[in-house]
Design a binder for this molecule. Structure first.
Ligand code: 5GP
Length: 318
């Protein structure tokens, strides 16, 4: 075969290849169109689509034009798209998979800010306050409820009987064994435990999920076993250990409050020893010297953590 004929054969693909290529192009266009439909219908999150595009720049998400992507988002038309692109310093001809590192980070931050805030809150705003018996968890939690109305203090269910002054639905939901069994069976409790080997205590799930969904900060004041269950179920929860200034002070507080029999005091001090040994499992430790200071420290920790998690979520890493 003469040389020129060979060259022209190389340049012009055979008919069968051209047909295959055009079929592939049609399929790719269809795949991109369904990505846009899924975003518009809300079945795929814009951030997830961007992340998929970064991982696979030649896939349907990666080859989607940035302008088509933005215009498939809720309440964003041509004018807003142009504004956003100029603010993010991204050229309109770019495809999602072809963005530079900084462009991708800026776009991701914009998408999270605009479309994903409730989810971010959901992941970051649950805090568990645990610590040994009589350390004053209940008093610190009450102080937070009365002075920091933005924080929702979860009301537990318990099978123990009310102490003088305790109010149903405020301090606890006081229930009998049958009702507690029913709550467990119907998965109404986020966690539950038998505390001090006597009564059962559990955290009702629904009010917590509702509050987190609305972006509120939620505080659980529960025992160590419960804290471990929450950590397993919600790894992003922040676990705060409330410690006594000293062991002697803890004993003094337990005996001083005079609400337990000697037998019960002995049982609670035995549990306290085990609980004190678990401090390393916690994200933070607050010493309860004065109630107001400890409460403020706990609330500060909740806020710092929520802020930090939001920052982490808006960086390009996730
Ligand atoms: P008290 O009977 O003194 O009110 O509470 C006894 C213990 O039960 C405390 O250590 C308290 O933190 C814990 N507790 C209260 N509510 C719950 C709960 O919903 N779940 C778990 N696991 N422990 C709880």
């Amino acid at each position: 075969m003469p040389d020129t004929a060979l060259r022209s054969q190389r340049i012009r693909p055979p008919e069968v290849d051209r047909v295959a290529a055009s079929r592939a192009a049609v399929a790719a266009r269809r795949a991109r169109a369904s990505v846009k439909t899924e975003i518009a219908a809300g079945t795929r999150s814009p951030v997830e689509v961007l992340d998929t595009a970064s991982r696979n720049p030649s896939g349907p998400e990666g080859t989607l034009r940035i302008t088509d992507f933005l215009m498939s988002l809720k309440a964003i038309g041509a004018t807003k798209t142009a504004d956003i692109l100029s603010r993010l310093e991204i050229a309109p001809v770019k495809r999602l998979g072809g963005l530079g590192k900084h462009q991708r980070a800026r776009l991701r931050e914009f998408l999270i800010e605009r479309f994903e805030q409730p989810t971010t809150h959901h992941r970051t705003r649950l805090t568990v306050l645990a610590g040994p018996t009589a350390v004053g968890k209940g008093t610190v939690a009450r102080h937070i409820r009365e002075n920091y109305p933005d924080v929702l203090l979860s009301v537990s269910a318990t099978t123990r009987t009310p102490r003088p002054g305790e109010v149903e639905g405020v301090d606890y939901y006081f229930v009998d064994d049958a009702e507690f069994d029913r709550m467990i069976a119907e998965h109404e409790l986020l966690e539950w435990a038998k505390v001090h080997n006597s009564h059962r205590y559990g955290t009702p799930r629904a009010p917590i999920e509702d509050a987190l969904e609305q972006g509120r900060s939620v505080l659980l004041e529960i025992d160590l076993q419960g804290a471990r269950q929450v950590r397993a179920a919600m790894p992003d929860a922040v676990l705060v250990f409330l410690a006594p200034p000293s062991w002697d002070e803890l004993v003094r507080r337990l005996i001083g409050r005079g609400t337990e029999s000697q037998e019960e005091q002995r049982r609670r001090l035995a549990t306290a020893k085990v609980e004190l040994a678990s401090q390393d499992e916690f994200d933070a430790r607050v010493v309860n010297s004065t109630v107001a200071d400890a409460a403020r420290e706990v609330v500060d920790l909740m806020e710092v953590r929520a802020r930090r998690s939001r920052r982490a979520a808006t960086s390009s890493g996730r």
